[in-house]
Design a protein around this ligand. Structure first.
Ligand code: AHM
Ligand code: MG
Length: 297
């Protein structure tokens, strides 16, 4: 599966193109299997992940499936995920994949959307945002969709049992409509709260508790999603390697912008494999305004 100009873009090395095709073909292949396995796995386990969150049976199972399928590719030399402590050495492949197997898995209890996020880096993990060469997410909503960012283009596919069908290129609408921010309002900083008061004059609130689904609303309607730094947790909730940077890459390839509050997430480094970061994703104007509101120099 390739991006719009993939076959002709001279900056993409042919070997890497084949490797990325293998990663995203495999992801498209495995998506219906993961979706079909969710209903029977709503129960909580006794285990917590590296971020201290109680794991669902579905989190652990999806991680195992993705480790087996993506880690098994010749192109992939390292596999890491939100659900396991350490990076797994999977061979000699040049690509490192960082996976959130089920982003928003707490939505399984309430039957709301969730999905899989895959960041593809060309450096050993943990790697900076600048080492991303592609990323993708699968959204298990009323439809299963696969959104792939590579070669400067974001493309959406509908995944069916007989394979993916391309829907088209994703470009952030110029005229934004929606916003969604995580965390409890009393935990927000005053500067961030001031920014939100402006945004809510213009946009409509849409927040569902699964980052990739909320970001997909921003991709569809234009706007901004964020999980801010909080008073007691200045790094916020979302993980740099598995969530923030891969989704930032999707936004950039769709004509949008990302920020950690001061600079693009693609220009920042994770604080360890499971390090968290504030993250804001959306239309460039809204992200610029956010950075200005948080700039207290
Ligand atoms: P998860 O990957 O363990 O499901 O956690 C991340 C999720 C994000 O998808 C979402 O943006 C956030 O947690 C929601 O958190 P909150 O419940 O605080 O709104
Ligand atoms: Mg997540």
């Amino acid at each position: 599966m390739s991006g719009r100009d993939n076959d002709t873009d001279p900056s993409v090395e042919p070997g890497q193109r084949v490797s990325l095709d293998a990663v995203f073909d495999t992801l498209a292949d495995v998506a219906p299997e993961i979706r079909a396995g969710l209903p029977g796995r709503r129960v909580k386990t006794e285990e917590t992940n590296e971020s201290g969150e109680r794991q669902l049976a579905a989190d652990v199972w999806a991680d195992d499936v993705l480790e087996d399928r993506l880690g098994g590719l010749d192109a992939v030399g390292e596999y890491a995920s939100e659900e396991r402590a350490d990076v797994l050495d999977t061979g000699d492949g040049a690509l490192s994949v960082a996976v959130d197997p089920l982003d928003g898995s707490s939505n399984l209890q309430s039957n709301n959307p969730m999905g899989t996020i895959v960041g593809v880096y060309d450096e050993p993990l943990p790697a900076p945002g600048s080492a991303l060469v592609a990323s993708a997410f699968v959204l298990y909503g009323p439809l299963t969709t696969l959104t792939v960012a590579r070669d400067g283009t974001t493309t959406e596919y509908v995944v069916e049992d007989d394979g993916p069908r391309e829907v088209g290129t994703v470009s952030l609408p110029d005229d934004p409509t929606v916003y969604g921010f995580g965390g409890r309002v009393p935990d927000w900083t005053d500067d961030f709260t001031g920014y939100v008061r402006e945004v809510e004059q213009e946009l409509k609130l849409r927040y569902g508790g699964a980052m990739l689904a909320d970001v997909n609303q921003v991709l569809t309607y234009g706007g901004i999603f964020g999980y801010p730094g909080l008073r007691e947790n200045p790094e916020g909730k979302l993980r740099h390697q598995f969530e923030a940077a891969p989704m930032a890459y999707v936004l950039h390839c769709a004509g949008g912008a990302s920020s950690d509050g001061a600079q693009s997430v693609l220009d920042t480094e994770p604080d360890g494999l499971h390090g968290r970061t504030p993250v804001y994703l959306g239309n460039e104007r809204l992200v610029d305004d956010l950075e200005a509101a948080l700039d207290t120099r």
